[in-house]
Write a protein that binds this ligand. Structure first.
Ligand code: SAH
Length: 218
């Protein structure tokens, strides 16, 4: 199989997308630089490659979506990552968000509940060269107790309440970012902090729309 291609045209389109994200209010240069390095066109089917550098969500297999670049940037910025942070992502999907976290120097663990999607994405990540990203087929509501605690937890599907197991797996001094709410129309981006004594507080950051986080694996 030929190596995945990332040519000057695609790099140019990516640069324009990053400028657009900056204009829309994303400030973290670390986040923008990481997104400048991830070849988003390789995360969509070949037929849809030309959509990759528009600031839109896009359908992927198993009726799921690759998040809008602005949403990826926004969630990643809220995570306030430090290099070498251990990050758990719920909702691997296309693997794009996981790759952005990896490019920021995080140790990335990501769970997906669709076996077909998990296997396809794990293969894609290997092909692109993101071999350090650890992917898991399973139910994100359970987290990954064997690898806990995590410095950061990122949920990329909508949840009506903060999943209890994930709060337990968040390290003291850690942050969790999640779209919270029971409406299907929109959720409120929320950042949960656990302080050094294990006390929980949360802050809200505006409305977004995600596919639902669903229990069980399929
Ligand atoms: N982060 C992804 C966005 C994927 S959309 C990306 O960058 O492409 C949300 C993903 O969460 C979907 O793939 C969906 O199947 C997955 N998901 C939903 N409920 C889940 C659960 N309980 N455990 C793990 N993954 C889940």
């Amino acid at each position: 199989m030929p190596a995945p291609e990332d040519n000057y045209r695609q790099k140019g389109l990516r640069k324009k997308l990053i400028d657009e994200l900056r204009q829309k209010g994303i400030q973290s240069e670390e986040v923008l630089n990481a997104m400048l390095r991830v070849p988003r066109h390789l995360f969509l089917d070949k037929a849809f490659e030309s959509w990759a550098y528009k600031d839109n969500a896009f359908p992927i297999d198993c009726e799921q979506t690759i998040s809008q670049p602005y949403t990826v940037a926004f969630q990643t910025e809220l995570l306030q990552l430090k290099p070498r942070d251990k990050v758990l992502e719920i909702g691997l999907g296309s693997g794009y968000q996981a790759s952005v976290l990896f490019e920021m120097g995080a140790k990335v663990y990501s769970i997906e509940r669709f076996k077909a999607l998990h296997d396809q994405t794990a293969a894609r990540l290997r092909e692109i060269g993101y071999i350090g990203i650890r992917t898991f087929y399973g139910d994100g509501f359970m987290g990954l107790p064997a690898f806990a605690p995590f410095d950061r937890i990122l949920i990329t599907a909508a949840v009506p309440e903060i999943p209890q197991a994930l709060i337990e797996q968040l390290a003291n001094g850690g942050l969790m970012v999640l779209p919270l709410g029971s409406s299907q129309q929109f959720q409120i981006m929320t950042r949960v902090s656990k302080d050094e004594q294990g006390r929980i507080t949360s802050q809200q950051f505006g409305n977004f729309r995600f596919v639902p986080m669903l229990p069980g694996k399929v």
